[in-house]
Design a protein around this ligand. Sequence first.
Ligand SMILES: C[S@@+](CC[C@H](N)C(=O)[O-])C[C@H]1O[C@@H](n2cnc3c(N)ncnc32)[C@H](O)[C@@H]1O
Length: 222
Amino acid sequence: MGKDKLRRFAAIKLFENVIEAEPGVAFSMKGSWKKTFFKNNNPIVLELGCGKGEYSLGLAKHFPNKNFIGVDLKGNRIYIGAKEALALNMKNVAFLRTRIDFITDYFSENEVDEIWLTFSDPQKKKPRKRLTSSLFIERYRHILKPNGIIHLKTDSDLLFEFTLNEIKENNYQCKEFTWDLYNDLTENIDLSTKEILGIKTHYEKLFTDLGFAIKYCKFQIN
Ligand SMILES: C[S@@+](CC[C@H](N)C(=O)[O-])C[C@H]1O[C@@H](n2cnc3c(N)ncnc32)[C@H](O)[C@@H]1O
């Protein structure tokens, strides 16, 4: 492992805005993120597979009265967003380093208001591992409030088509979808929505530069 990775792994252990969780080990914050960590009663929004956390930070700046938690397995990526949040003294953003597969171990029923999936791995050969597969959606169902929204932003036709099919087959309620987000973000759309949907992650920039259209949908699962 590279020296820089090791340095970042060591650094996040000391960051007050990063929590590292081990599967199978009891997690004391489950059910009390607002009271214990954020010390407020504001809604909780998750970014699953957050990478460097650009969306968590971007949304947290836009919505100071909501709490944002970026979740990812890769500590060296989380390090980037966590470091910036600390430098900006942002109290409404945190990072949880763990596998999303065990998300129900870290949040209790109805604890989460909204979920963002940003440029999730399309998992070409393993549909069950896709973050919008019914396996994962059932996990989200345990922790999301009734009417909680799930957002997906992706470059991947495969993942987007799969997700739209899942929405249809499982009778989730699709609130919005577009196969070409930036083409559809016309003047008629309000500035706040434009700003929110226009936040660009590391992977979004990579795929946009390669000429991929960015797809977006939001849906409810109850
Ligand atoms: C393609 S990257 C996108 C990162 C970021 N959202 C972006 O847009 O730049 C996918 C991220 O999801 C994380 N990831 C994928 N499956 C995961 C899982 N089951 N548990 C935790 N993290 C996962 C990876 O570690 C990776 O950082």
